[in-house]
Design a protein around this ligand. Structure first.
Ligand SMILES: [Zn+2]
Ligand SMILES: [Zn+2]
Ligand SMILES: [Zn+2]
Length: 330
């Protein structure tokens, strides 16, 4: 597998002929606390009821990116290609096989969020990596790989397309108004109060004005910060509130559909010696980290197959009303 750049959209894709996985499928879960399968543990957090760890990061059993080597970016006529150098980890959310984010306690989710923050911070010390992504796919239509509660992490030598769009747009907005577009969105959403799902001391959850899919929901810190990991590590206690709001939001969404994609958007690696370093000068002021949840409403699969223009047949105002009224535990 290698990385190739689309010269029109300037986005990188990972491509090549995949070798079919012929290894026998094991019956035991390789991520459970008492598993017999050997995992390559990268990092773990202590504690957990009756366990030695509460959450941990392991190397992905069949990684898309490999940690050794240099990307060796090179030309191929007008095209660009490079080796798929990077990190690919599974973040095991909980030692228990059935303790998903919507049933775990806020304290357990806090540990998972702190693990994620530590992994991002650690990988950003590697100057080869421009971006660290954390995402979760739940449900077969979402491309879920393992049953055990998990999210995945990739550290890449490029910034993923969607984040790049956001970074460019945030920079443009800032250069015109000297304000963060996300901070402005938060204040308008709070003022209008038509799409807000929940407001806490440190976080807000709302359905975005122009959703890509029905019931799309974003969670943002109310205090400006471009970097999730800095926020998580310096504002101790805030991750427990985020854990609670995440748990409730997923409970609400699960009253509509079980399947979803979730992604964390944080600042790129500012340590990276980039020729376009000027580009990052206002990064701390113009970008604002957040979590996006994209539920999969299967009956409306149309919005997934025809992506030239997003089609979302439930308006944000209707979506938020249904999610707010959803009966949840807490
Ligand atoms: Zn398991
Ligand atoms: Zn902001
Ligand atoms: Zn985003």
């Amino acid at each position: 597998m290698e990385l190739r750049k689309d010269p029109i959209t300037r986005s990188w894709v990972i491509t090549g002929d995949d070798v079919p996985d012929t290894a026998p499928r094991s019956e035991v879960c390789r991520f459970c606390a008492d598993t017999s399968a050997q995992a390559q543990v990268v990092s773990s957090r202590p504690g957990g009821p009756g366990g030695t760890w509460s959450t941990r990061a392991v190397v992905h059993p069949s990684p898309l990116y490999h940690i050794e080597g240099e990307p060796a970016r090179r030309a191929d006529g007008l095209y660009d290609r490079m080796y798929s150098v990077g990190a690919h980890e599974v973040l095991v959310e909980n030692p228990q096989h059935d303790r998903h984010l919507w049933v775990a306690t806020a304290a357990e989710i806090e540990q998972f969020l702190l693990l994620a923050a530590n992994r991002i911070q650690d990988l950003k010390r590697d100057q080869r990596f421009k971006y660290v992504s954390i995402f979760k796919n739940y449900g077969s239509n979402a491309g879920q790989e393992f049953e055990h509660p998990n999210a995945q992490l990739t550290a890449t030598t490029f910034v993923p397309r969607r984040v790049l769009y956001e970074l460019r747009a945030s920079r443009d907005y800032f250069s015109q108004k000297e304000r963060c577009v996300f901070c402005d969105i938060i204040s308008q959403e709070m003022r209008q109060n038509q799409r807000v799902l929940e407001v806490g001391d440190d976080f807000i959850a709302f359905c975005p004005y122009a959703p890509r899919v029905p019931y799309e929901t974003w969670i943002l810190p109310r205090t400006h910060d471009a970097s999730f990991e800095r926020s998580a590590i310096t504002r101790s206690g805030s991750m427990r509130e985020l854990g609670a709001i995440l748990r409730r939001t997923l409970q609400r969404i699960r009253t509509i559909t079980e399947e979803f994609h979730m992604v964390l958007h944080t600042s790129p690696n500012a340590l990276h010696k980039s020729e376009s370093l000027g580009y990052w000068k206002t990064l701390d002021d113009d970008y604002h980290w957040h979590i996006e949840i994209l539920p999969i409403v299967s009956a409306k699969a149309k919005s997934y197959t025809f992506k030239e223009v997003y089609y979302s047949p439930v308006g944000s105002e209707t979506a938020v009303a249904r999610l707010r009224e959803a009966k949840i535990e807490s």
